[in-house]
Design a protein around this ligand. Structure first.
Ligand SMILES: Cc1cc2nc3c(=O)[nH]c(=O)nc-3n(C[C@H](O)[C@H](O)[C@H](O)COP(=O)(O)OP(=O)(O)OC[C@H]3O[C@@H](n4cnc5c(N)ncnc54)[C@H](O)[C@@H]3O)c2cc1C
Length: 354
């Protein structure tokens, strides 16, 4: 349990387990709720974007915001192309207003210039809730925003129970905490796999420009180094093939995991052991300290199924595991398990998928 001394405005009313509990939370969250106070609520959504596209996790956060009820406004900030993104955002179902603000200092999604501008807008609009996706940017900007607003952030929520009570996983997803926030402005990040994405059609929000007034910061954005790949994006792919320590080398990762992924038009993922050993790029790590995903199909190859790995993929619709150890914990969550040596099973599988 959280110590009330450390988090004065948060009260965890209950903690429950276990791994399987998420689905019931999701059902509860999809049901929504009704409250006599909902009419007073209004939410501000921090809408992330890249290369003109709206971020999927932000659209998931919009669905969570809709469960609160009341007006939902969004802020789109950036250095260029903000107007085009705002026009796209204005069509999102559930938004009634989109604010835009642009400044060169908003490039790179740095928290130092962005948190103050969201804070100013939040106070001006007297919003009761501020939402963002639990992305790298959300995790960076929102704690600073919460501190500026003197609020205790409610992070990584998976369900909205009422306008002040939320569910979030703790202990790498082994327990679900029900968290009540008494803050005037609730600062919330939303797990990208916990709700459906809001539709990008059907809305007709107004667009309004607000001043940038970017604060001076000691942090400067230098450059973005994006790894280009023709494969689907790991965070949003409907199929993922991941390799673990058993792959033994970066060459084997290319020889076994990548062709299997390509034969299934899947994204590539990896366990932390594979990443730490240099077999796969850090951006491919799935798990508690990597990406949290919920594809239709997740294929774990030579991965034992440590709880930290499960925390990133256990909500996948169908889990397939290939492991030579019949007692590997991954088989406890797998829908389909193959006890076999991957060096024989994977080439055979690729051949059959051709
Ligand atoms: C704070 C913290 C955060 C962490 N975050 C993450 C995270 O985000 N993601 C993550 O993945 N881990 C994370 N970990 C690490 C995690 O605890 C495990 O160490 C890691 O997931 C193990 O990776 P693995 O399954 O690839 O390796 P192992 O546990 O070594 O498993 C390898 C598996 O391959 C099987 N195998 C071996 N040879 C073959 C073969 N020829 N054919 C078929 N199967 C074979 C073995 O039976 C074994 O089950 C974290 C740990 C900590 C402490």
């Amino acid at each position: 349990m959280f110590a009330p001394r450390l988090l004065p405005r948060l009260a965890t009313s209950s903690v429950r387990s276990p791994l399987a509990s998420t689905s019931s939370s999701l059902l509860a969250s999809r049901r929504g709720f009704a409250s006599s106070r909902t009419a007073l609520a209004s939410s501000l959504l921090y809408l992330e974007h890249r290369e003109g596209e709206l971020n999927a996790a932000s659209l998931v956060a919009l669905t969570a915001a809709k469960k609160i009820g009341g007006d939902i406004h969004a802020i789109v900030a950036g250095d260029e192309g903000v107007k085009e993104v705002a026009d796209k955002a204005s069509k999102c179902e559930g938004l009634s207003k989109v604010f835009t603000t642009s400044s060169p200092s908003y490039r790179g999604l740095l928290s130092e210039p962005l948190a103050p501008v969201i804070k100013a807008l939040a106070e001006k609009g007297s919003y009761t809730h501020i939402f963002a996706g639990h992305t790298a940017a959300g995790r960076d900007i929102f704690p600073r925003l919460a501190a500026l607003l003197d609020s205790s952030q409610v992070s990584d929520i998976i369900a909205v129970e009422s306008e002040d009570t939320f569910q979030r996983p703790i202990y790498a997803g082994n327990a679900i905490a029900t968290v009540k926030s008494n803050d005037k402005i609730k600062v919330i990040t939303v797990r990208g796999t916990a709700f459906d994405k809001a539709s990008e059609e059907g809305g007709s929000a107004s667009v309004e420009e607000v001043g940038s007034d970017a604060a001076e910061t000691p942090t400067k954005f230098i450059e973005d180094k994006l790894s280009k790949s023709d494969r689907p994006d790991l965070a949003t792919a409907s199929r993922v093939v991941s390799g673990g320590r058993a792959i033994k080398s970066a060459e084997n990762f290319v020889k076994y995991i990548e062709p299997l992924a390509d034969s299934m038009k899947a994204a590539v993922g990896a366990s932390r052991a594979a990443v730490d050993a240099g077999y796969a790029d850090n951006a491919l790590q799935v798990g508690q300290t990597g990406k949290i995903i919920a594809p239709e199909l997740y294929v774990a190859v030579g991965i034992s199924g440590a709880i930290q790995h499960l925390a990133g993929m256990k909500d996948s619709k169908t889990i397939v595991a290939i492991n030579k150890d019949a007692d590997a914990p991954i088989f406890q969550v797998a829908d389909v398990g193959l006890v076999a040596d991957l060096y024989e099973a994977v080439p055979e599988l690729i051949e059959k998928l051709k």
